[in-house]
Design a protein around this ligand. Structure first.
Ligand code: ZN
Length: 173
């Protein structure tokens, strides 16, 4: 039987801290203790923790839509201090909404013989949704924790959870 992986998406200072350039608000701060607990539980169960983090160029085209954020090497691109990266965890840099596009996430999942992915982080309607879509396309079992994801837009959050459960076959718990 394969391992479980926990993808921890974009828990970065620019999104999660009030002084960040694209702060997502109280809903995002509220998930931090839950995410920290899931990380501990995953390690304790022998699973693999994969932090997937925006790392943009200063002139990334995404900044036409959103305020500049998580510029590679800047403090805002750091994982929040409440969460720790431990030896054995992975850290994957991404430049698009999807955790898979132009990253080595596929290779990590294969190398670790992962048989199911759980996902926490931000934003529900953007990175989480895009990533769950890719897991669906790969036929990889996928689970989203309601308490572990957040969005700056409550309606988009609710829609995304429903869509992931009904259309993308995710277990939403
Ligand atoms: Zn981004």
């Amino acid at each position: 039987m394969g391992k479980k992986a926990l993808i921890v998406a974009d828990m970065l200072r620019d999104f999660m801290e009030p002084q960040g350039t694209l702060y997502l608000g109280d809903a995002a701060r509220g998930i931090i203790p839950f995410v920290a607990r899931k990380i501990e539980e995953t390690r304790a169960a022998g699973g693999v923790v994969i932090y997937v983090c925006d790392a943009h160029a200063p002139d990334d085209k995404e900044f036409k839509l959103f305020a500049p954020h998580a510029v590679k090497g800047s403090p805002g691109a750091e994982i929040i201090p409440e969460l720790q990266v431990r030896p054995g965890d992975y850290r994957v840099a991404k430049t698009t909404y999807s955790c898979f596009r132009n990253t080595n996430l596929d290779a990590i999942l294969r190398g670790e013989q992962v048989a199911g992915v759980e996902i926490v982080g931000v934003c529900t309607s953007i990175c989480i949704l895009e990533t769950v879509k890719e897991l669906f396309e790969r036929d990889m079992p996928r689970l989203v924790y309601r308490e572990g994801v957040a969005d700056f837009d409550p309606e988009a959050h609710a829609f995304a959870l429903k869509h992931m459960a009904r259309v993308l076959g995710a277990e939403v718990v």
